[in-house]
Write a protein that binds this ligand. Structure first.
Ligand code: KIV
Ligand code: ZN
Length: 515
């Protein structure tokens, strides 16, 4: 008998994106969704359409672009939510409405002010409405692990009767432990009529660091869909990490006889893409995708590794797409090699994009001897973004010292030509930001500033991520350069351009020519 298939439901773009500092714009969500499709996830939860017009647009765009996976849209059980989710899914090849309601007494009384009987009515009505629109309907009992088990039996019975095809048992606050969670799944399987005909899903948060362990316990007890996120991003301590679930199932097939459709070699790339988009670097000791996940520092370990890899390695870095050496290109590499490497990295570039990328690449290779994959990814990210640049950085000069104010002179280009301004600041970066504000007329307040070197060495490219508040709106920006002050200026300008793009006046409505 072959192993049973586990459905991988990725919620990076919904639950993951909801976590602080992880918000993405439409282009970024689309870029990530395409990576998830290449990764081979079965379901992409693309957003919560009723939450905002941006979320709606993102679900719509992803539904159009990703044809292979199921595209899920989240909604409460309210009619308006369900209809909006369905509207966003109109172009999906495989749509799923994912509707949810909290079922624990804590949530029912303090958040929803509803009785259990009212909750059952809302679930029945919501799932029925969703099912009338879509063949594939998932129902989630939010805070299931702190709900009364017998009430959960009633909840899921009602959901199945109303037409749900997937039942999700979320550990919303990361409270359960593996044994208990496994027992809950068994309890439901034994008591909910018709449960054998639907898929049981699990959705675990990581507040006690048990999200992956709980998910695996639930699989052993009969769950067949796991909801997870790349790098484990998500509310508070995050969600179960996709890469950890997938690799646990792969490495320990002896005790977990299940398969997934995930292309393991694309894991690292997906992890890096997400880190690059959000600016949240993966912690170095993170399982599977952290910088140190395959590093061997101590002499004993190194000696063991040299004798035989299996001494200290339970999976190879290559099996998750980490290449032992990722030095790829140098000054003399041609356009063809560059195009090929971009394609291997998951970015097949069109002619114009390749021209632009090649220009940036040659500029970078004048500054830096060796170009790594991460450098190329930075080129795609920062050089080929689709946000129109109202302002472009033309020149920058900054001075700083221990007993003087820092000063900056910045020249920007816009449709009105080139303009230069100077400003003082506490440090060179602060002075540059002040000069940019003078030129754009905006007044940004820096909320977060992070810097890291993309690759090693004294000539490393530094990448800066900023979060800037403009008039109550927080916008992320990023920039890369071998000069950290320039990288900071580019990041700040990127955030500025994004906010200006978001504020652009709406396009005039098309003139109706038919009667
Ligand atoms: O954590 C949770 O309960 C959720 C649901 C909406 C599935 O994210
Ligand atoms: Zn969640």
């Amino acid at each position: 008998m072959g192993s049973e298939r586990i459905t991988i439901f990725d919620t990076t773009l919904r639950d993951g994106e909801q976590s602080p500092g992880c918000s993405m714009n439409l282009d970024e969500k689309l870029q990530m969704a395409l990576q998830l499709e290449a990764l081979g996830v079965d379901v992409i939860e693309a957003g919560f359409p009723v939450a905002s017009d941006d979320d709606f647009a993102a679900v719509r765009a992803i539904a159009k672009a990703c044809r292979k996976p199921v595209i899920a849209a989240l909604c409460r059980t309210l009619p308006r939510d369900i209809d909006r989710a369905w509207e966003a899914l109109q172009d999906a090849a495989h749509p799923r409405i994912h509707t949810f309601l909290a079922t624990s007494d804590i949530h029912l009384s303090h958040k929803l002010q509803k009785t259990r009987a009212e909750a059952l009515d809302m679930i029945r009505d919501g799932v029925r409405r969703a099912r009338a629109l879509c063949q594939d309907v998932e129902f989630s009992a939010e805070d299931a692990t702190r709900s009364d088990w017998d009430f959960l039996v009633q909840v899921f019975t009602v959901a199945i009767e109303a037409g749900a095809t997937v039942l999700n048992v979320p550990d919303t606050v990361g409270y359960t432990v593996p044994e208990e969670y496994g027992k809950l799944i068994t309890y439901l399987r034994e008591r909910v009529p018709g449960i054998a005909g639907v898929t049981i899903s699990v959705h675990c948060h990581n507040d006690l660091g048990l999200a992956v362990a709980n998910s695996l316990a639930a699989i052993s007890a009969g769950a067949r869909q796991v909801e997870c996120t790349v790098n484990g991003i998500g509310e508070r301590a995050g969600n179960a990490a996709l890469e950890e679930v997938v690799m646990a199932l792969s490495v320990r097939r002896d005790v977990l006889p299940y398969t997934t459709g995930v292309n393991r070699e694309a894991i690292y790339r997906a992890s890096q893409t997400l880190a690059n988009i959000t600016g949240h670097e993966v912690q170095p000791n993170k399982a599977i995708v952290g910088r140190n996940a395959f590093a061997h520092e101590s002499g004993i370990h190194q000696h063991g590794m040299l004798s035989h890899r299996c001494t200290y390695e339970i999976m190879t870095p290559e099996s998750v797409g980490v290449r032992s050496t990722n030095l790829v290109l140098g000054k003399h590499s041609g356009r063809h090699a560059l195009a090929k490497r971009f394609e291997e990295l998951g970015y097949p570039l069109g002619r114009t994009e390749l021209d632009k990328a090649y220009k940036l690449f040659t500029k970078l290779s004048d500054q830096k001897k060796e170009i790594f994959d991460e450098d190329l990814l930075a080129i795609v990210r920062d050089g080929l973004t689709h946000i129109p640049e109202a302002y472009k950085l033309r020149a920058l000069q900054a001075t700083a010292g221990t007993s003087m104010f820092a000063t900056a002179l910045v020249t920007l280009a816009s449709d009105d030509g080139e303009m230069t301004e100077t400003a003082l600041g506490d440090g060179p970066v602060n002075a540059v930001f002040a000069a940019v504000d003078k030129l754009t007329g905006l007044n940004g307040r820096l909320v977060d500033f992070r810097i890291h070197s993309i690759t090693g060495g004294a000539d490393a490219v530094g990448e800066v991520f900023v979060q800037v508040e403009f008039d109550g709106v927080i916008q992320g920006g990023k920039g890369a350069s071998t000069d950290v002050v320039e990288a900071s200026a580019r990041a700040y300008l990127n955030a500025t351009n994004k906010v200006l793009f978001a504020q652009r006046p709406p396009a005039p409505a098309p003139i109706e020519t038919r009667c």
